[in-house]
Design a protein around this ligand. Structure first.
Ligand code: ZN
Length: 209
C-alpha cells in the first residue's frame, strides 16, 4: 500500500474512489483489531469489483450523521459518508416484516463476501446502519456473526445472554443460529458486521412470531 506519495496516488486505480478508500480503511481497522482479525482475516491482495450503485432512503441520514465515534473509528465513519451515495445498498426485509418506517431508515452494503466489492467465499463484511428509535426484530442465521460499532450506539439482545448497550469500538458475537435482536434509542448506529462459517450466502430468517 502506497501512502503519502502523490505521484503514486495518481496512478493508483483506486484514486478518487471513495469505496476503495473505505475498503482500505476497514482492512486496516481489521488488521489492527485482534478481535476482528481473529474472527475473519481480510482477504489477501483482493481485486476490486465494481458493483452497481443502489440507493436507499437512509443515505441522506448517513451523510448528515453526527454522533459519538472514537479516534479509531472516525475516519471510517467519514469514509462511509463519502462513499454512501455510490454504494450498492441493500435491504434484507419486506415492509410486511419490519414496516415502512424501518425500511426508510435502515440499510446495508457488502464490502467483502460472495457478492461484495472484494470477493470472499469464507467471510463477509458489511456496513450497516439503523437510525434512532428502531426495533430490529428477533432473527437468526447459520453464519456466525460479529458486530463492531463504528458510530452511535445500540442495545443488543440475544438468546441466553444479558442485553448490552454498545458504543463505538464495542463488539457483540452471535453464534450460529442464535436468536438475536437490536434496538436503537436516542442515537442511530453505524456498524461493521462480519460473518463466517456455514450459511455464508444465506439470508437472515425472522423468528416465528
Ligand atoms: Zn445477525
Amino acid at each position: 500500500m502506497f501512502k503519502g506519495n502523490s505521484k503514486l496516488d495518481k496512478i493508483d486505480p483506486m484514486t478518487g474512489n471513495a469505496l476503495g478508500d473505505l475498503l482500505a480503511r476497514v482492512g486496516e481497522l481489521i488488521q489492527l483489531t485482534p478481535e476482528l482479525r481473529d474472527f475473519a482475516p481480510w482477504p489477501n491482495q483482493p481485486h476490486f469489483i465494481r458493483l452497481e450503485p443502489a440507493a436507499v432512503p437512509a443515505i441522506s441520514l448517513i451523510e448528515g450523521l453526527a454522533v459519538q465515534k472514537t479516534i479509531a473509528t472516525s475516519q471510517i465513519v467519514e469514509s462511509i459518508k463519502s462513499a454512501a451515495r455510490g454504494a450498492s445498498w441493500q435491504q434484507t426485509y419486506s415492509e410486511a416484516e419490519v414496516g415502512a418506517d424501518f425500511l426508510n431508515r435502515y440499510g446495508w452494503f457488502e464490502l467483502v463476501g460472495p457478492s461484495g466489492y472484494y470477493f470472499s467465499d469464507s467471510a463477509r463484511a458489511f456496513i450497516v446502519f439503523w437510525d434512532a428509535g428502531l426495533h430490529y426484530p428477533a432473527h437468526l442465521h447459520e453464519a456466525e456473526e460479529l458486530y463492531y460499532v463504528l458510530a452511535g450506539s445500540a442495545e443488543f439482545h440475544a438468546d441466553g445472554q444479558p442485553s448490552a448497550r454498545l458504543v463505538p469500538e464495542g463488539t457483540r458475537y452471535h453464534a450460529s443460529n442464535q436468536l438475536h435482536a437490536m434496538d436503537t434509542h436516542a442515537e442511530p448506529v453505524l456498524a461493521l458486521v462480519m460473518w463466517r462459517g456455514q450459511g455464508l450466502k444465506d439470508s437472515v430468517r425472522m423468528a416465528a412470531s
